[in-house]
Ligand binder design. Structure first.
Ligand SMILES: Cc1cc2nc3c(=O)[nH]c(=O)nc-3n(C[C@H](O)[C@H](O)[C@H](O)COP(=O)(O)O)c2cc1C
Length: 290
């Protein structure tokens, strides 16, 4: 995927935009977004993810209104509709692929918001013609931000969003969970890790934990206890949103590592470390090649 703006700047610029201007997305921007979506179909875990870019037009504003978001989103001018098989690690692939698409939208000045709970599934299922075994794990609202300046302002703010994020010592570790990884000791990987820290996550739970060991970064999911609340989950039939969060973190890390001259690849290599933290689940590792 090609970006006009540096990836780290785009990651800092992105935020969950919930109010949009009543301006239709331009034909050019929609074309670029649709061809970007064509490139985001198979994730690192080899699951296929289908997307459909729905946009408001003179003819279909009524239809767009039917695609409800329970009033949480003001004037969405379109959606990225998503369908995926409910198979192992498919949600990580959803997070990874769709976050790359979101960063491409950010590159075009389009505001986005991940919606994992606050949308009416049945309507979206109908428009994407959901196939056997598929689910709609989330959708993304899109449109030009009501306050376009708000998006632009974030380009210059070095630590946009970081005020609402966990500190390094709660997310990144050096060899074991008893030793936090400092930005200094992360070396060339300081920026890719910081990009994970700034990633969006469902209810801002930030469930990623990374342990650095020799030439590898091991990614673990720290599941939040009783999240989502069982009663909420039962009504809304939520997808595994925290696995989506993990895929998002993988995308931020990989794009930023590659942009800062590192090379590497995703491998499954659980180091079997003694982890006395309930709810911590090994997912994947990044093996540095430089
Ligand atoms: C998988 C996922 C699901 C989300 N679902 C919703 C949602 O249903 N409604 C909503 O308003 N925001 C939703 N969000 C947005 C988060 O609340 C937001 O990313 C987080 O609070 C951090 O804020 P930021 O994105 O502005 O940096 C979701 C985010 C993710 C990654």
């Amino acid at each position: 995927m090609k970006f006009n703006t540096e990836i780290q700047a785009l990651i800092r610029q992105r935020y969950s935009c919930r109010s949009y201007a009543q301006t239709q997305l331009s034909i050019d921007d929609l074309g670029i977004l649709r061809s970007a979506a064509d490139k985001c179909q198979i994730g690192p875990f080899t699951n296929q993810v289908r997307t459909e870019i729905i946009s408001a037009s003179q003819e279909n504003t009524a239809e767009l209104k039917r695609l409800g978001t329970y009033g949480f989103i003001k004037n969405p001018m379109g959606f990225i509709n998503i369908a995926a098989q409910d198979t192992q690690r498919a949600m990580e692939d959803v997070g990874y692929l769709i976050e790359i698409l979101i960063l491409k939208a950010t590159d075009l000045g389009i505001g986005t918001c991940w919606l994992g709970g606050t949308f009416t599934k049945s309507q979206f299922a109908r428009t994407i013609e959901l196939r056997d075994g598929e689910i709609i794990p989330a959708v993304i609202s899109i449109g030009y931000p009501l306050d376009r300046q708000a998006l632009m302002d974030r380009i210059s703010r070095t630590y946009a969003g970081s005020d609402r994020r966990l500190p390094w010592q709660e997310l990144f570790y050096d060899g074991s969970l008893s030793q936090p990884l400092t930005p200094h000791n992360a070396g060339q990987y300081q920026e890719p890790l910081e990009m994970i820290r700034l990633a969006p996550s469902a209810s801002n739970k930030q469930p990623w934990r990374i342990i650095h060991l020799k030439d590898q970064f091991h990614f673990y999911l720290q599941r939040t206890k009783n999240y989502p609340a069982p009663v909420f989950n039962k009504i809304l039939k939520l997808a595994d949103l925290q696995s989506i969060d993990m895929g998002i973190a993988m995308a931020h890390f990989e794009l930023s590592a590659l942009a800062s001259g590192q090379s590497g690849q995703w491998i499954i290599n659980d180091p079997d470390l003694p982890l006395d933290k309930p709810g911590l689940e090994y997912i994947i590792s990044w093996k540095n090649k430089t």
